[in-house]
Every structure is written in structure tokens, then in C-alpha cells.
Design a binder for this molecule. Structure first.
Ligand SMILES: Nc1ncnc2c1ncn2[C@@H]1O[C@H](COP(=O)(O)OP(=O)(O)O)[C@@H](O)[C@H]1O
Ligand SMILES: [Mg+2]
Length: 372
């Protein structure tokens, strides 16, 4: 856990961080976001005592950081920055092993740990451990930076725009990997960015900073739905309702699918649909619940088998996965020009359906209070 209590930092007469208080709970990813110069890096550097506050107190796992020797404190706190500064004359494996060596770990244990970390970040140890930093791409170097920061398994991770210098495509890949690794390791993370999309993707909690003060401390869903003032409103942007959709999974919103089996009698199918809302179209499934197509219950003639009435389709062209986001489901609907799509699980079985109306209900939670 990280806790800041009324922390202020001045550079001469200029107050860079102004009386801020917040808590990052154990295992949580808290993203500190705000415009350039608002005091994000200054806040981070006070936590591992690269800077000292003028006022206030900082606690890491309930201990005041002022009571630690800075070097000892930093070994318990992983720190990742934008240009990670790998040592150019040291191999990847030597770079990753720096802190474990400082902690006098046994050599074999360090080697094992380095291999384990390279595997964790998706780089083959056989291929990468003896490389030098100049032989790495920007994205690879950044991954090594993350591996180095967590080498000695520190409970706390401070990350200052760690993916800021990587191109957008690789940045997204790194974010996805980070989310995956964090699920496994459950570090307490304070992550600085000025990229709102990045914050929305990775954060459990977002702290919006403006001019050295905390303007809103909330979940990503609430920040997007209910900005506390015009500053936050303008910062999160006009498309916040759309951005917010990426925080909800299809599985959390979907309904039971309205479907028939290919072997069913058509009359039974149409009777089943009668009187139910949105039941003009039924998904047609095989015996394993896999999607074969759909039928329009209004245009089918009685007495014909489903087989003859079906419009066949590829599940890949229409269905969305239950772990997809509502944003992805919406773009699927817009792309296919349909108001309802089937939802499949990892085994390609149809487990639900989701409609434009279901998505609209979520977007309606967004208030327009700060529009002018
Ligand atoms: N060593 C310093 N001396 C004087 N001013 C500084 C120093 N470091 C940062 N600042 C100023 O403090 C403010 C906050 O800086 P910083 O925490 O680096 O912002 P951010 O990381 O949010 O971009 C900025 O206005 C910056 O110019
Ligand atoms: Mg900064």
C-alpha cells in the first residue's frame, strides 16, 4: 500500500505538488494522469525519495518512507521510466539481475530468475539474455525495463510514462502484456501517464491531477460518466461515453440468446418467439450450440424445416466474444449494420446476445452536466 498525506513539494517559490493526499490499495493499479507539468513525476519521485517533500508524509506498507535509508527503500520499490536507461555495456541478463546482485542473491538463483522474467515478458531467454541494449527494439528495451524493475519481486511498482516513447501499436501490445502480468503478480502500482486511453485500459483507479492538486480520484467508469468539474470534463473529451464502453465486457451485459436448433421444427421455433421482445430474428445453432446462421420468424412459412429458412453466416463475421468490450461490440454492429449480435465463448458456443439498446443503456449513465 502507498499513502500520501498532505504532501507538498516546492521548487523555490513554485508549488509543483500542492497538499495532495491519496491511497493506492494493495494490488491496485492507480493511474496518475494530467497535463504536462502538473506534478506527476514529482509525486512519484517523492515516494522513492529521489525528492523530499516540503510538507506532509508518505507511507509505503504503513511505514514512513522518511525512516528508510533511500537505497534500501528503492530495493523494495520497482521504478520504470520512459527512456529506461539500460546500461549499454551490460547484457540483457546482467541488466535484469542488477538488484538481485545488490541483494547478494546466489548466482544460480539470479540466472533462474532472469530466465523466468524473460519468459514472463515474452522474450525467449536463449535469444535475448546475451544481447546488448543497442540490439533491442524500443518495445523490447521497455519490456526489459519492466523485468528489471520487478526482478527482486518488490511489492510496489512506480511507473513514469513507461510506454510513452514507444509507437502506438507497440504501446498497445505493451499495455496488454502489462495487464496480463499484473493479473498474475498483483503488485501495488502507481502508473503515470498523460495518455487517457492508456489510463482507461489499465487503471483500477484514476487520479486526475491539475496544477499540483488532485481534481478527481475515482474509478475510470465514474470519471468518464461523471466528471466533477469542467477541467475533468474537457480533459476526458467529448467521446467519453464511447471511451467508457471499453470498460465493460460483453459478458457482463449480454442477455440469453433467442435461438433455435437446426434440427428444431419451424413451428415450434416461431411459437417460441411469439410475444417475446426483439424476437423477430432467431439464431440457428447446431447440436453443440455453435452458430450456423439466423432465421426471420416473420418471413418463414410454417411447415418448412429450419434448414430451409436459415440465412447462413460465419460466426466470425457476426459474433463477438463474451470477454470483448462493449466498444468492440458496438463497432461490430456498426460494421455489419445490425442491431443485435450473438455472443460466443472460447469454445465458439453461443452463450448470449447483445443489442444496441443494451449498449445505449450503458451510455445513458453518462451525464452532460459540464457541456456548455
Ligand atoms: N528541478 C526542478 N526545478 C524547478 N522546477 C521544476 C523542477 N522539476 C520540475 N519542475 C517543475 O514542476 C512542475 C511539475 O513537474 P513534473 O512533476 O515533472 O510534471 P509532470 O511529470 O506532470 O509533467 C513543472 O512545472 C516543472 O517545470
Ligand atoms: Mg513527468
Amino acid at each position: 500500500m502507498i499513502e500520501l498525506k498532505n504532501v507538498t513539494k516546492k521548487y523555490g517559490d513554485f508549488t509543483a505538488v500542492d497538499d495532495i493526499s491519496f491511497i493506492v490499495a494493495k494490488g491496485e493499479v492507480c493511474v496518475l494522469i494530467g497535463p504536462s507539468g502538473c506534478g506527476k513525476s514529482t509525486t512519484l519521485k517523492m515516494i522513492n525519495r529521489m525528492l523530499e517533500p516540503n510538507n506532509g508524509e508518505i507511507f509505503v506498507n504503513a511505514r514512513n518512507v522518511a525512516d528508510f535509508k533511500p537505497e534500501l527503500l528503492r530495493r523494495q520499490i520497482g521504478y520504470v521510466i520512459q527512456y529506461i536507461g539500460l546500461f549499454p555495456h551490460m547484457t540483457v541478463s546482467a541488466n535484469i539481475g542488477i538488484v538481485p546482485r545488490l541483494l547478494s542473491w546466489n548466482r544460480e538463483i539470479i540466472e533462474k530468475r532472469v530466465d523466468e522474467l524473460l519468459n514472463l515478458i515474452g522474450l525467449d531467454p536463449a535469444k535475448y539474455s546475451e544481447k546488448y541494449p543497442h540490439e533491442l527494439s524500443g518495445g523490447e528495451a521497455q519490456r526489459i525495463g519492466v523485468a528489471r524493475a520487478i526482478a527482486a519481486d518488490p511489492p510496489i511498482l512506480l511507473m513514469d510514462e513507461p510506454f510513452g516513447a514507444v509507437d502506438p501499436l507497440n504501446r498497445e501490445i505493451l499495455q496488454t502484456e502489462f495487464i496480463k502480468i499484473q493479473k498474475k503478480l498483483k503488485k501495488t502500482v502507481l502508473f503515470v501517464t498523460h495518455d487517457l486511453d492508456e489510463a482507461i485500459r489499465i487503471a483500477d483507479r484514476i487520479l486526475i491531477l491539475g496544477d499540483g492538486r488532485i481534481v478527481q480520484n475515482d474509478t475510470p467508469e465514474n470519471i468518464l460518466a461523471r466528471p466533477v468539474n469542467k477541467f475533468v470534463h474537457d480533459f476526458v473529451g467529448a467521446d467519453r461515453a464511447l471511451k467508457r464502453l471499453s470498460r465493460f465486457s460483453v459478458g457482463s451485459v449480454m442477455r440469453k440468446p433467442k435461438s433455435v436448433k437446426i434440427s428444431d421444427d419451424i413451428r415450434k421455433a416461431v411459437e417460441n418467439a411469439k410475444g417475446k421482445p426483439n424476437s423477430r430474428f432467431l439464431w440457428v445453432l447446431n447440436k453443440d450450440d455453435k452458430l450456423l446462421g439466423w432465421i426471420n420468424t416473420r418471413s418463414v412459412k410454417a411447415n418448412q424445416p429450419v434448414e430451409n429458412a436459415i440465412t447462413r453466416l460465419q460466426h466470425t463475421s457476426m459474433a463477438v466474444r463474451e470477454e470483448s468490450t462493449l466498444k468492440e461490440a458496438l463497432s461490430r454492429m456498426l460494421g455489419e449494420g445490425v442491431k443485435v449480435v450473438p455472443v460466443i465463448n472460447g469454445n465458439l458456443k453461443v452463450v448470449g446476445e447483445i443489442s444496441l439498446l443494451d449498449i445505449e443503456k450503458v451510455t445513458e449513465e453518462v451525464t452532460d452536466k459540464w457541456l456548455d
